[in-house]
Design a protein around this ligand. Structure first.
Ligand code: HEM
Length: 410
């Protein structure tokens, strides 16, 4: 690659991960990066992949994993904060942060609860929950993030896991604060808030585990406790960490599927009208909304051996980013990728990742997405964006809206 392209690719990457402008509007930057340097090693050492096939190859490669202890710390952190960032990185207590064999063991304990068949049994409950929430809309203006996109998934995962309804709203800001550590450029303030929030979540779930151990119920937390009590299946620390992961992953991302998805439809009234006229498009439409503006934009791996990806040699120990949002707009994989097309049948996007860490909750998130769209279209003849353009949260790994004001009628 010409030196000038490498410099341009580097500055695009810095813009993407480290500036509010880049995080708010990543897609044009992904497109330029993919054109200039689709497999790029930045001046900071890490690699970034922006093509679909390369991202798939990385995530499915048996020679990559989740040990990030060799990764560079974010800039501007004190010695103490570096230690704190490394503490998060070295946490090996749940499936998202472990490699086999621990990953296989921890994931295996809960996979059955998330298979498409098990999740389908939740359909009528989810429809009832959506209808209840829509009853509260009346006719008029609503912030959909607060009135639907958050309460629905948090209720669904809260009920599955056994987190009491009255506790769920208070846990939302804690989960949000902890997700700051998923960002590549975590700030000192973000890190401090994540540390405090993490402690509070651990305390809360430790208390809930103790309570549930004394009073078992028919929920996922009780099943995990039973597994722990059998002895060698998981430790108390893994139990608490797994509960926090399931709870957090269960709503934080699906909230943004609903928000980003509705925004994309409102900005493309022709596609909304097409879906309204033909509900058989619900499935491809949810895949398309996931592709078009994915709630998760980046998955990261460490190379445990030398890799050959897209004709490049990636050395053992390298830190490699799969830019999922870029892969989803790769013209080699999706025709006219910048266009929203709810009837697209070109295969699954990369929004749920790939390989052994492929999203455990994909079937659940899809089901919630289908039901929300279906019920909204049944209940309201018109939906219009109110006010100016909604604001995205200032983060890239997790991409979603702060608020989304919609006027519903009919
Ligand atoms: C639209 C919504 C969702 C999106 C876009 C999404 C995306 C993802 C992605 C990209 C990964 C892989 C991360 C990596 O490779 O490092 C992942 C993993 C995971 N997701 Fe989701 N997710 C969603 C909803 C859910 C839901 C509803 C749950 C329910 C509990 C869930 C639970 C998990 C878990 C437990 C993992 C870790 C799997 C493993 O490491 O083996 N997700 N998700």
């Amino acid at each position: 690659m010409a030196a000038v392209s490498a410099i341009e690719a580097d500055s695009l990457l810095v813009e993407l991960v480290a500036t509010p402008e880049g995080r708010a509007d990543p897609y044009p930057r992904y497109a330029t990066l993919r054109r200039l340097a689709p497999v790029h090693q930045s001046a900071l050492g890490f690699w970034a992949l922006s093509r679909y096939d390369d991202c798939q190859q990385l995530l499915r490669h048996p020679g990559v994993g989740k040990n990030f202890s060799g990764a560079a710390n974010s800039l501007g952190l004190s010695e103490e904060q570096r230690a704190e960032q490394n503490r998060f990185r070295n946490d090996r207590s749940n499936m998202l942060t472990t490699d086999p064999p621990d990953h296989t063991r921890l994931r295996g304990l809960v996979t059955r609860a998330f298979t498409p068949r098990t999740v389908e049994t939740l359909r009528s409950r989810i429809v009832a929950l959506v209808d209840d929430l829509l009853d509260g809309f009346g006719s008029g203006e609503v912030d959909v993030m607060d009135a639907l996109a958050f309460p629905l998934p948090v209720t669904v995962i809260g009920e599955m896991l056994g987190v009491p309804a009255e506790d769920r709203p208070g846990l939302r800001p804690l989960v949000r604060a902890v997700t700051a550590v998923l960002e590549l450029a975590v700030t000192p303030d973000g890190l401090a808030e994540a540390t405090t929030a993490d402690m509070r979540l651990q305390e809360y779930f430790a208390g809930l585990v103790a309570e549930r151990r004394a009073h078992p119920r028919d929920d996922l937390l009780t099943k995990l406790i039973e597994a722990e009590d059998k002895g060698d299946q998981l430790s108390e620390r893994e139990l608490i960490s797994t509960a926090i992961l399931l709870f957090a992953a269960g709503f934080e991302t699906t909230t943004h599927l609903i928000g980003n998805g509705l925004l994309a439809l409102l900005r493309h009234p022709d596609q909304l009208a097409r879906l309204r006229a033909d509900r058989s498009l619900l499935r491809p439409a949810v895949e398309e909304l996931l592709r078009y503006d994915s709630p998760v934009q980046i998955a990261v791996r460490t190379a445990y051996e030398d890799l050959s990806i897209g004709g490049h040699h990636i050395q053992t120990g390298s830190f490699v980013l799969a830019l999922l949002g870029a892969a989803n707009r790769d013209p080699a994989r999706f025709s006219e990728p910048e266009r929203l097309d709810v009837g697209r049948h070109e295969g699954a996007p990369m929004s749920f990742g790939g390989g052994i860490h492929f999203c455990l909750g994909a079937a659940l998130a899809r089901l919630e997405g289908h039901i929300v769209l279906d019920r909204l279209l049944d209940r309201f003849a018109t939906m219009e964006l109110v006010g100016g353009q909604p604001t995205y949260r200032d983060s890239l790994t997790l991409r979603g809206l702060v608020d989304l004001r919609i006027h519903f009628a009919g």
